[in-house]
Design a protein around this ligand. Structure first.
Ligand SMILES: Cc1cc2nc3c(=O)[nH]c(=O)nc-3n(C[C@H](O)[C@H](O)[C@H](O)COP(=O)(O)OP(=O)(O)OC[C@H]3O[C@@H](n4cnc5c(N)ncnc54)[C@H](O)[C@@H]3O)c2cc1C
Length: 356
């Protein structure tokens, strides 16, 4: 696995780094980059080898996520949606669905997204599923699905009448079939990762056949999963903090200003400590939820501070739309809220207040 991590780092530095701003804004550039990952069989990393993946450990996968986020927010975000879908499929009891999709997912012959973050919202479910003879009838609004025109399908989360969560595969296309339809919005005009073609969807009486069901989980599983995986989105933030540090270091070397180097030294120490703690907490089952939550908030805080330092050290040129500092600053904004729960919102906002 060391080899995989090493070759990925080399590819990111040699091939992707110089294209990161283009990849952030242009879907075609992003398409080429994700296909290059597919060509290297890097798109089903956590899927067991017997199901066509790489069988990578959770920690190795997260360390790789840091390296990806350090180089390109758009690429790391897009490929994560696909890798999440692949992991969900690999854990499914629906063997024929696995056979249909999984073997093609590692190489990117088939790309799949997810749309289930709305299950975290409290109150009336945004997407409901009603059991029928052939499967489920799905209706509702999906606020976020990344990857239109990259992904042919996505795994949708919907709520059954008794509160259980249904996950099933739908086409990521505008469709009208029998009496049902899927209507996608135009790709959103996003400040960061605009190239990822993130859309929302209106689903009306869509018939999800039983054969397309990935899993049915108990009510509130999403909240338990958000707690269990509280560190996950923090790895993006850590990668983003390193991206800010890289820009700061380059500015320190170019401008030969001691205080820039001193700032890098001090921030780099904090980021290294945060990464060390994250590795520690991720590998010890005894780590508490609140320890991990605080560390996630620290990673978000570091992404914000390091990207701000990158902006200041880059001077006026940081305002160019195509500047690396501006891109990383916008990515820090995205990674401050991605996968947000109420606890994460509270912990990360409290760190801003205590850092005044
Ligand atoms: C660019 C982009 C792409 C994305 N792509 C995907 C994707 O492909 N698939 C996917 O599943 N998700 C995707 N997301 C969703 C992403 O993970 C969410 O941003 C994140 O989960 C926060 O959700 P939200 O913005 O919808 O906020 P909300 O869910 O509205 O709020 C976040 C938290 O605050 C709480 N909250 C909100 N409003 C209230 C209120 N009135 N009272 C009390 N509590 C409240 C919620 O319960 C929740 O815990 C994407 C997001 C972005 C920005």
């Amino acid at each position: 696995m060391e080899d995989k991590l090493h070759s990925l780092k080399e590819w990111l530095t040699k091939e992707i780094k110089s294209r990161a701003n283009e990849i952030d804004r242009d879907p075609q550039a992003l398409k080429a980059a994700i296909q290059e990952m597919g060509d290297r069989s890097l798109l089903a990393l956590k899927v067991p080898i017997e199901l066509g993946g790489s069988g990578m450990s959770e920690l190795d996968y997260r360390l790789l996520q840091v390296e990806l986020a350090r180089i390109s927010g758009a690429l790391t975000f897009l490929q994560t949606q696909h890798q999440s879908a692949a992991v969900m499929l690999s854990k499914s009891h629906n063997v024929s669905l696995q056979q249909d999709f999984l073997s093609q997912m590692a190489t990117g012959k088939l790309l799949m997204g997810v749309g289930f973050s709305h299950l975290r919202r409290r109150g009336i479910p945004m997407v409901s599923a009603i059991e029928t003879d052939s499967g489920y009838e799905i209706s509702g609004e999906v606020p976020w699905i990344t990857g239109y025109d990259f992904f042919t399908h996505f795994i949708l989360g919907a709520t059954l009448a008794d509160g259980r969560e249904l996950y099933g595969v739908l086409p990521l296309k505008n469709r009208e079939e029998q009496q049902g339809s899927i209507s996608l919005s135009e790709p959103m005009k996003l400040m960061a990762i605009a190239s990822t073609n993130t859309v929302s969807a209106r689903i009306n009486h869509w018939c999800l056949n039983k054969a397309q069901v990935v899993s049915i989980k108990p009510a509130e599983s999403i909240h338990q999963s958000s707690r269990n995986n509280i560190l996950n989105h923090g790895w993006y933030a850590l990668g983003c903090a390193y991206a800010g540090l890289d820009i700061l270091l380059a500015a320190a070397q170019e401008k030969q200003l001691d205080f820039l180097q001193e700032s890098w030294n001090s921030l780099n120490l904090e980021v290294e400590q945060c990464k060390g703690k994250a590795v520690d907490l991720a590998t010890h089952d005894t780590a508490s939820y609140s320890q991990k939550l605080q560390l996630r908030a620290t990673a978000i805080n570091l992404a914000q501070r390091c990207s701000q330092a990158a902006i200041i050290a880059s001077s006026g040129a940081a305002n160019y739309l195509g500047s690396n500092a501006a891109r990383v600053y916008r990515e820090a904004l995205l990674f401050s809220v991605s996968g947000q729960t109420t606890d994460v919102m509270e912990a990360s906002i409290k760190q801003i207040i205590s850092n005044k």
